[in-house]
Design a protein around this ligand. Structure first.
Ligand code: TRP
Length: 344
């Protein structure tokens, strides 16, 4: 094997197909993935976590089905390239479930209940009295997702850090009980605070589908325009000549995150603070900045929407490749535990 291949680090991450992906996902994790993929330094695995999505949507499988292809199109449109990254579907890899069965024995129910991500999600979903067992245990199944591919790095949003910590505890525990079998994975979150948690267009703490404050990667130019025009700015900046606030003003926040002409943005901020710069002018500039980002995404999406059989093939082939790797890992795991009884 050539040296370049053996020294590449493995990257794995994924998303639940419960909705279209938005700009918060993009700056929080997707952009990172594309950059890492294109650096050529990694072997990326990108998983559509349909089984995990079912842990809190068991009675609504149509939602998962419908969004599975949406998420695949989102991936392909932002530049995740099937020639460089393995894009696959979680439920097509049954090996992950067997791995989860063994890991379940190494984690206590109280440890899962203490996981801050799970605690928060239980609250959001009103699951306090009736937690589906699969939902409570999803951090364990997520450990299988990560460990099946000998993953080094897991690029995720900040809210997932406690889940990755759970994986690390499982590695520690498994290796100490059954012998050194799994590598210790590391989480990777973006460096800037605003990227880790992009606020919604209403200025609310987080962009999300449920808060109805998201800009989607698949939004049309008309939708982008309408959403930016409705964005939260400075409520006291009423007349163009009024002095305006830049902090907490979503239009400037988004320009900081998405704009590349930092000198121009700085100048606009000074002008806005001094008075004399209207919201509409700043918003128009943000629309232009977002369109520069989203136009190439739209073009690629259109191509794949017209070739949906190609999208299916990418998912099937990616899943086959992923399964071959997971199957090797499972074999090693079974040997370590001592449940490989026959040498056949
Ligand atoms: N829990 C992640 C989310 O809600 C999705 C996910 C499933 C994932 N398996 C993973 C992320 C493995 C990273 C690694 O977004």
């Amino acid at each position: 094997m050539n040296k370049e291949v053996t020294t590449k680090q493995t990257l794995l991450t994924g998303d639940r197909p419960t909705g279209k992906l938005h700009l918060g996902h993009y700056v929080g994790s997707l952009k990172n993935r594309v950059d890492m993929q294109n650096s050529g330094l990694y072997n990326p695995y990108i998983m559509i976590a349909d089984m995990q999505a079912l842990t809190d949507n068991a009675k609504n499988p149509e939602k998962i089905q419908k969004n599975l292809r949406e998420v695949a199109l989102d991936y392909l449109s932002i530049g995740i390239d099937p020639a460089k990254s393995v894009i696959f579907i979680q439920s097509r890899i049954p090996e992950l479930c067997e791995m989860t069965m063994y890991f379940l024995n190494l984690v206590t129910v109280s440890r899962l209940q203490r996981n801050p991500t799970i605690k928060e999600e239980i609250k959001q979903r009103g699951f306090e009295k009736n937690i589906p067992a699969g939902f409570l245990a999803y951090p364990i199944s997520q450990a299988s997702d990560i460990l099946a591919f000998n993953t080094d790095i897991v690029p995720v949003g900040e809210d997932q850090l406690p889940v990755i910590e759970q994986t690390r505890e499982i590695v520690q525990s498994f290796n100490s009980v059954y012998g050194n079998t799994f590598k210790m994975p590391e989480a990777k979150v973006p460096t800037l605070k605003m990227q880790r948690r992009l606020p919604g267009i209403d200025g609310d703490a987080k962009m999300s589908k449920s808060a109805n404050n998201a800009i989607y990667l698949s939004d049309t130019p008309e939708e982008i325009k309408a959403k930016v025009m409705s964005m939260y700015t400075d409520p006291n900046h009423i007349h163009v000549e009024d002095k305006g606030q830049v902090d907490g003003n979503m239009v400037f926040t988004y320009l900081d995150v998405f704009g590349s002409d930092k000198a121009k943005i700085k100048e606009m901020k000074e002008h806005y603070k001094a008075g004399g710069l209207g919201d509409v002018t700043v918003k128009k500039y943000l629309i232009q900045v977002l369109e520069e980002l989203l136009t190439p995404f739209r073009e690629r999406r259109k191509y794949y929407e017209q070739h949906l059989d190609l999208v299916d093939n990418i998912l099937i082939e990616g899943s086959n490749k992923a399964q071959a790797v997971a199957s090797e890992t499972l074999k090693r795991m079974r040997k370590a535990i001592g449940v490989e009884y026959f040498d056949i």
